[in-house]
Ligand binder design. Structure first.
Ligand code: AMP
Ligand code: GLY
Length: 423
């Protein structure tokens, strides 16, 4: 069969690699893809937001299944466009992708259905938001309602910072239209865990847990990024946490979406915080995490194409997910200066050392071909993933593998997975 993947980052590279493992697949396309993805897929020069062109391409090439990796096209309604053309597509429709597309929606959903999350209020008007701050406890968390490249969350320690934050989101529109509404919520403390799941509208199947490292610098210092590295499983995701979330979070979210007339098919990513009062939902995403996919998918035993199809067809109850009893660590290699300002266009050397390996992978986030060489083409450039029998081994393997590739201005964190020493 033929599969089309929509997206161009490390997550889509991991999906393309996993799809390439399926004996059922003989052709993969990726739009727009990147230099690394082109090892498994024919990259097609159509942007992820060009829905009509993508659907026309899928029809012309008789693509059997399209997988949407990224949030923007999902929230924009790409799945509805494909379905209207009679094409098989994996991902939530627009009315369900709102689970990620609007934080105000997701907070209201959790409140209505009793899913544990931080106390909050939504605001359409900056004056009302400012008035609310006067009696609020600090620190406090401000969130732009819409998609903001993972940067629309501000944690404010003082009233003055919070006032400034409301103005920058709602008045100055720092995150554009995403800031037409905002959520102001209680600040929580605890460890964060990412849990990905497959959903077919009714049934949910949980994947193995992971943890991201969002800050740019070692010791969780520096600015928030798209993610500087991940490990899986998270030793903090205990059986007790799992049992709690199975009772109060996962199925309840799926049932809530169905009850709202917004049945969710695709991946729900639960961003959890393990607070002293128990697990709380920080956020939902409507797709695989990046770079969570880069540690979760290499550990998955199932043929992912079977799982994608079961989600689309509503037969996920017939599938059990299986993961290797091992561990994975992904270290992101970025361009020095990311997430603010950085240079691109440097040759990436050493990639051939990963070819054919079954326990270390290099997933490209921002790379392209230039004059026959692969060069850096983004803030996050590569995600180097290594497997190991346990987390410590996987971490040692990942940091060894990081030395195999090189490019000018290569930057990475040295403490990905360090938290496991405290487990
Ligand atoms: P989000 O995009 O909602 O996941 O938020 C980005 C990051 O902000 C999270 O990964 C947390 O580190 C932090 N964050 C979000 N909400 C809260 C909260 N209520 N309390 C403390 N930290 C938060
Ligand atoms: N790694 C966090 C995300 O994909 O949003």
């Amino acid at each position: 069969m033929k599969v089309l993947i929509v997206g161009s980052g490390g997550r889509e590279h991991a999906i393309a690699w996993k799809v390439s493992q399926s004996p059922r697949v003989d052709k993969i396309y990726c739009a727009p893809g990147n230099a690394g993805i082109s090892e498994y897929a024919e990259c097609v020069d159509i942007g992820a937001m060009e829905f009509e062109k993508l659907a026309a391409f899928a029809k012309e090439k008789e693509v059997d299944l399209t997988v949407i990796g990224m949030d923007d096209p999902l929230v924009g309604g790409i799945v509805d466009v494909f379905e209207a053309e009679g094409l098989k597509v994996f991902g939530p429709r627009k009315n369900a992708a709102i689970l990620e597309g609007s934080k105000a929606f997701s907070k209201d959903l959790m409140k209505k259905y009793g899913i544990p999350t931080a106390a909050y209020e939504n605001f359409d008007d900056p004056e009302a938001a400012l008035a609310h701050l006067e009696t609020a406890r600090m620190p406090i968390v401000l969130k732009a309602d819409g998609l903001a490249l993972g940067k629309g969350v501000l944690i404010c320690n003082t009233l003055e910072e919070a006032r400034e934050g409301v103005r920058s989101i709602m008045t100055d529109k720092k995150f554009g239209a995403a800031g037409n509404r905002m959520v102001i919520e209680e600040f929580m403390t605890g460890r964060e865990v990412s849990v990905l799941s497959f959903v077919d509208g009714k049934t949910i199947r949980i994947m193995t847990s992971a943890q991201d490292h969002k800050r740019a610098k070692d010791g969780d210092q520096g600015l928030n990024t798209g993610g500087m590295g991940t490990f899986s499983p998270s030793p903090f995701y205990t059986d007790e946490v799992d049992a709690f979330c199975k009772q109060y979070v996962y199925q309840k979210t799926v049932d809530a979406m169905a009850a709202e007339g917004r049945p969710f098919k695709g991946v729900i990513f639960f961003g959890l915080m393990l607070t002293p009062n128990g697990p709380r939902v920080l956020e939902y995403n409507a797709r695989f995490g990046d770079p969570e996919a880069q540690v979760v998918l290499p550990r998955m035993k199932n043929d992912i194409v079977d799982v994608f199809e079961a989600c689309v067809e509503g037969t996920l109850d017939q599938i059990e997910l299986e993961f290797e009893d091992n561990a994975a660590v992904c270290v992101v290699l970025a361009s020095d200066g990311y997430p603010v300002a950085y240079e691109k266009g440097f040759e990436i050397r050493g990639l051939e050392q990963f070819r054919g390996s079954a326990d270390r992978f290099v997933f490209h986030a921002g790379s392209k071909y230039q004059d026959g060489r692969i060069v850096t083409n983004g803030g996050r450039v590569l995600g180097v993933t290594a497997l190991g029998a346990n987390l410590k081994e996987a971490r040692a393997n990942a940091y060894e593998a990081v030395e195999l590739v090189d490019f000018d201005n290569k930057y990475f964190r040295h403490d990905i997975g360090k938290a496991i020493d405290e487990a």
